[in-house]
Ligand binder design. Structure first.
Ligand code: ADP
Length: 542
């Protein structure tokens, strides 16, 4: 016997319809490439999303055709999120920090028909246009006045000019909720980039799950600033979850430096922010010297790479902001776990609560996880035994787009490539990425632990730990360190700093001071690049 409730498909268009009807006057504020601050409401955004849909119809774009974006977080990008997917096309958000050749490869692989871009990225578009075989329309996210005259790009039009020819009346089409809605390529540190192809259903379920109090915990009382880019796993789904809850949205555009983010957090009275540790490092670096404080920020989600304990403490003790440590990946839409305490933890002393907060957290309903050994045997949840982390759920990848990268599943589970522990309460902690974990004398050393301890030293700005080949131990850890300006820190002093904090055999064999550590396209340390740079390096004593 089937249930007798209404069988409405879970469609992305329903989010913007809801936001318009129930939170029509809630604001969306954007710092734009043009330099101004743009301000409007969900009602306005909904109308313009419908215009996008009509404008795409006028281009005779078919159901399922791909529309690409190379864009910052901003209101026009937001309108594309709903106009493109809502009308049955697939939104392909491209990471502009990738190499232009890789962007061209991705655009061809996705068979993008339209490319919408912020003017910041005009040079990239000029460099790749001749190579993009399928793109028929180029649209600059600006008005006619700002449209570059001699761009050399055929059929270039402005977004505002393109929309102005179309009215706002439009009935969102109804279709199967399993229809593809958006496409997101991983940064591809090895081999060709692979893409997750999200569906309307997976996106809606992810939005419901992520808004829950023990997950992102968004509400109509929040003003949310996603620093995490809309080209990086849909800004962790925040544009959808914000529309679902009616939260005010504040988009930082190209201003991701500490000063710009701080100004916007304050001027828009933001309560909730989200980003990778490196952007918060820049923000705290800007605030500390001038003794600046937050007047409205309450919570911040930090993920994408391990959040150093020193950062969690700084946010809490110096600024009164709760850090929600989160873990996920492109293949998971992206949310997997978020760290929030359980009722029984509330009476624990701060130091014990901190031990829990450092973990990547508990699985969100909708994500099941387990750890297994190399033979696939499930390992205990004791908080000590670590193994390969596998996940499954309705917003976890089932297959890569066009099969690039092979079958991602093992017996119905997706191996994340991360190594983790899970404790008896279900809190997962990432030990390392499986390719970064350091194998020394049959034991594993977590590069994350070594890095976290280094950045806890007051004179260390940034640290990266990698394994170096060793004839006896297989590998030994070394740590690359960027010192804070004016620091006189020595190798010996930093190695001494590790003593008593980790086992002797886990202490790095060497410290290499460097001017800078290059970050990859998603703000993470590129360890493959570091290993290349150090190919002639020899461990002390070898
Ligand atoms: P990629 O960097 O491969 O393009 P993602 O941006 O989706 O892919 O990154 C996913 C990976 O980032 C995870 O598999 C994990 O290794 C790492 N990661 C994400 N969040 C955290 C976290 N909170 N702590 C440690 N590692 C994390």
């Amino acid at each position: 016997m089937l249930g007798l409730m209404q069988n409405q498909p879970l469609l992305i268009s329903s989010l913007i319809v809801h936001a318009e009807r129930h939170h029509g006057d809630a604001q969306i504020v954007s710092r734009r490439v043009e330099g101004d601050i743009h301000r409007y409401t969900y009602k306005d955004a909904a109308a313009r999303s419908r215009q996008v849909a009509r404008a795409l119809d006028a281009l005779e774009l078919g159901f399922g055709d791909r529309v690409a974006t190379l864009a910052w977080n901003g209101h026009r990008h937001f309108e594309l999120y709903f106009g493109v997917s809502g009308s049955g096309r697939v939104l392909h958000t491209i990471n502009p920090r990738l190499h232009p050749d890789q962007i061209a490869w991705i655009a061809n692989h996705a068979e993008d028909q339209v490319l919408c871009f912020d003017l910041t990225f005009l040079p990239i578009v000029q460099a790749i246009a001749a190579k993009c075989e399928t793109v028929r329309h180029y649209i600059a996210l600006c008005d006619d006045e700002h449209l570059p005259k001699d761009s050399g790009i055929a059929h270039l039009q402005s977004f505002e000019g393109w929309l102005s020819g179309h009215g706002t009346g439009y009935d969102w089409p109804q279709f199967d909720e399993n229809t593809a809605s958006s496409l997101c390529y991983t940064s591809g540190t090895t081999g060709n980039p692979k893409a997750g192809l999200y569906s309307h259903r997976s996106t809606l379920l992810h939005a419901f799950g992520s808004a829950l109090p023990d997950c992102m915990g968004l509400s109509a009382r929040d003003a949310v600033l996603p620093v995490v880019p809309m080209f990086h796993v849909n800004a962790w789904g925040i544009p959808y979850a914000a529309a679902l809850t009616g939260a005010k949205l504040v988009f930082p555009g190209p201003g991701l430096d500490g000063k710009s983010v701080y100004e916007l957090l304050e001027s828009e009275q933001v309560t909730y922010a989200a980003g990778v540790p490196t952007v918060w490092q820049m923000l705290l670096g800007h605030m500390k010297p001038g003794g600046l404080k937050f007047s409205s920020l309450k919570r911040t989600v930090i993920g994408g790479s391990a959040c150093p304990p020193a950062m969690i403490s700084a946010f809490r003790d110096d600024y009164g902001v709760e850090v929600l440590h989160a873990w996920g990946m492109t293949e998971m839409s992206p949310l997997g776990t978020v760290c929030t305490l359980k009722n029984k933890h509330l009476s624990l002393p701060q130091s014990e609560q901190m031990q829990i907060r450092l973990k990547q957290g508990r699985a969100v309903f909708g994500v099941d996880m387990k750890i297994v050994d190399d033979e696939g045997r499930e390992l205990p949840w004791d908080g000590k035994t670590f193994g390969n982390l596998l996940v499954r759920g309705p917003w976890v990848i089932g297959a890569y787009f066009k099969g690039e990268g092979g079958d991602p599943l093992q017996g119905g589970w997706f191996p994340t490539g991360d190594v983790a522990t899970i404790d008896a309460d279900g809190y997962m902690q990432i030990t390392d990425r499986s390719k970064d974990v350091i194998k020394s004398g049959g034991e594993w050393i977590s590069s994350i632990d070594i890095e976290n301890l280094a950045v806890a030293h007051p004179e260390v700005a940034m640290a990266a730990c990698i394994g170096m080949p060793h004839p006896k131990w297989d590998e030994r850890p070394i740590v690359l360190v960027v010192k804070k300006p004016g620091s006189q820190l020595t190798r010996e002093a930093l190695l001494a700093f590790y003593e008593g904090k980790i086992a002797k055999w886990q202490i790095p064999d060497d410290v290499v001071f460097v001017e800078a550590i290059t970050l990859g396209a998603t703000g993470k340390i590129l360890k493959t690049r570091l290993r290349e740079q150090l190919k002639d390096y020899r461990l002390p004593g070898l």
